[in-house]
Ligand binder design. Structure first.
Ligand code: OGA
Ligand code: NI
Length: 349
């Protein structure tokens, strides 16, 4: 186990197989009372901002305005759609190989199964006890960056284009993330050199491919439990036809309406800490569909492993968070179940 793979998950049933059986009701471990009872705000006009990458080029007439909108999106929402990002082709290719992987027979998918005590591979994440509620979904989690840490034995060999496609996707998303981090550094009035250096030099990236099978009683389960991402910045591609991602806003769950051609960007816990609370990581969850499977691909970006996770010195007036090494931060991530913003609560001063 390498230092950044954390601790693994207890082995549990493959949900795709479970869902394909003629079940006599949903097994109790998947039933979540709150999935049905939580407040849902289906107000079509309340949607996350759309940020246009074409405007975020110095010299563009709309540059200053779009920078302001980006700053507000990070402060008030922690979530936004990014359009005109220039990576549509890579998104499509990655989506296609991921769909193909999840279509393979179980035995073939299991060639990439999570080894014991390892967070990477095909299986489930954050299952730490035998009585814990379970998510209605399977995932393939890989850490493409830093390259030297790659566990190639867990990268699917089928389809044959999977590995080169993920390699390209990883580099493309990393580049886009670096650009966004630079823009955010400018908006935060942080030292852009310092913040971006933490990401440019051996920044880490995890990619989580989620597969949510259909469920006959979709209101009784959750695809992924409420959580904030622990990364600094997450870029997630979701299915444009099958909705499922919801964010918590004013104590209510707001369904995110996909925007064609966008990639969704969200602030994670590490960025909340770097910005000393100015940018907020937002709780989100995924619900499932009763007829169709849903696939999403989340790319989590964090600084390099030798960086401390703490507020940037130039942003600190009242320091809100403890300082932890990146390695200890990762240990904390994998030692807990998904429970909203629980990790940040542990780190608050
Ligand atoms: C995640 C996540 C949401 C979704 O993988 O961290 O929040 O819509 N996924 O799949
Ligand atoms: Ni998430």
């Amino acid at each position: 186990m390498t230092s950044n793979s954390g601790r693994g998950s207890l082995p549990v049933d493959n949900v795709q197989s479970l869902a394909s059986k003629n079940l006599n009701g949903i097994p109790p471990r998947y039933i979540r009372e709150e999935a049905e009872s939580d407040d849902l705000l289906d107000n079509k006009s309340l949607q996350i901002p759309v940020i246009d990458m074409n405007q975020l080029v110095v010299g563009q007439i709309g540059y200053q305005d779009e920078m302001k909108r980006l700053h507000l999106a990070c402060q008030d929402w922690g979530f936004f759609h990014l359009i005109n990002h220039g990576i549509l082709e890579e998104i499509e290719k990655m989506k296609k190989v991921t769909e193909e992987f999840f279509k393979l027979p179980l035995e073939e998918r299991m060639l990439c199964a999570q080894p014991p005590n390892c967070s990477e591979g095909y299986g489930q994440a954050f299952v730490l006890s035998e009585d814990q509620k379970l998510d209605w979904g399977d995932m393939l989690y890989l850490l493409p960056l830093p390259v030297s840490h790659r566990k190639m034995n867990l990268w699917p060999k089928t389809p044959s284009s999977f590995r080169p496609t993920l390699d390209e996707y990883s580099a493309t998303l990393k580049e886009l993330t670096n650009k966004l981090i630079s823009l955010m550094a400018e908006n935060l009035k942080a030292d852009p050199q310092k913040l971006t250096a933490m990401f440019h030099h051996d920044g880490t990236q995890g990619i989580r491919m989620n597969y949510y099978p259909p469920c006959t009683q979709p209101n009784k389960v959750l695809g992924i439990a409420p959580h904030s991402d622990t990364s600094a910045l997450t870029l997630i591609q979701v299915n444009e036809d099958i909705h499922g991602l919801q964010i918590k806003k004013n104590q209510q769950w707001v369904p995110i309406k996909p925007v064609p051609g966008s990639i969704i960007v969200n602030i994670g816990d590490a960025m909340e800490i770097f910005s000393n609370g100015k940018y907020r990581s937002i709780e989100h969850r995924a619900v499932v569909n009763n007829e169709k499977e849903r696939i999403s691909i989340a790319a989590f970006h964090s600084p390099n492993l030798s960086t401390d996770i703490c507020p940037l010195p130039e942003l600190v007036k009242d320091n809100m968070f403890k300082t932890v090494s990146h390695q200890d931060f990762i240990k904390m991530v994998f030692n807990k179940t998904l429970d909203g913003k629980g990790l940040l609560d542990q780190l608050k001063l």
